[in-house]
Design a binder for this molecule. Sequence first.
Ligand SMILES: C[S@@+](CC[C@H](N)C(=O)[O-])C[C@H]1O[C@@H](n2cnc3c(N)ncnc32)[C@H](O)[C@@H]1O
Length: 227
Amino acid sequence: MRVKENIILEFDEFSNDYTQDMIKCVPHYEQLVSGIVSFLPPDFKASNILDLGCGNGNLIELLIARYPDSLYTLVDASPEMLKICRERFPDTRLAFFEGYFDDYIFTADHFDLITASFSFHHINSREKESMFKKIYGALREGGIFCSSDLMIHKSNPAHPVLLEEWKEFVIGNHSDDEKWNWLMEHYNTFDQPDDLKDQLEWLQMAGFSTVHVPWNKGHWVTIQAIK
Ligand SMILES: C[S@@+](CC[C@H](N)C(=O)[O-])C[C@H]1O[C@@H](n2cnc3c(N)ncnc32)[C@H](O)[C@@H]1O
């Protein structure tokens, strides 16, 4: 498996065995996706939800279970991922935007909940900072932004240790190095994770009144920010 020329083609191909690949390649994947929903305050109501980088809909499934009557807007640049997602929830009214986050026009004070599960490590520091401002503007008062992801910059001195532990996890789940080698090619080409402390700072600078970390294991983190 070779990495593709751009992220859309990459995820179009990745889409086939996506969930199993994620479980076997990303430590704590299921905990991090489900934590976006399970750490929401018990009395939190959401009637309008935006998911940025929905992929094949693993997070959407959990959100729909908790908020079956909400309106959903799903943004993703990969047509194949969106196709799978569409087919997965035939009975739910979902609005899809096929395109890059940058091209999505956010409506002010519109959403109760905005989520990003393993999608923001694909955008760089400047884009994350700008996206956090847009997200803040698009949330209603009391609305929540929640992101789960790998949160360590590649220049962080702890990054080599993260890679060693990650490699052990991936190789432990596969019979040889092939998947790890592909994953690192993908990581080096497409992934631009940022340190947790920088992301917390950018969220505060965007205006969020409460920013906290309900769950993390090392640099695998769930962030929650309340407007
Ligand atoms: C690793 S997957 C995560 C999917 C899903 N949220 C999950 O937790 O399994 C990242 C998704 O984000 C999408 N994506 C990455 N960068 C994007 C961008 N700049 N604009 C829109 N979609 C993007 C990819 O197409 C892919 O479907």
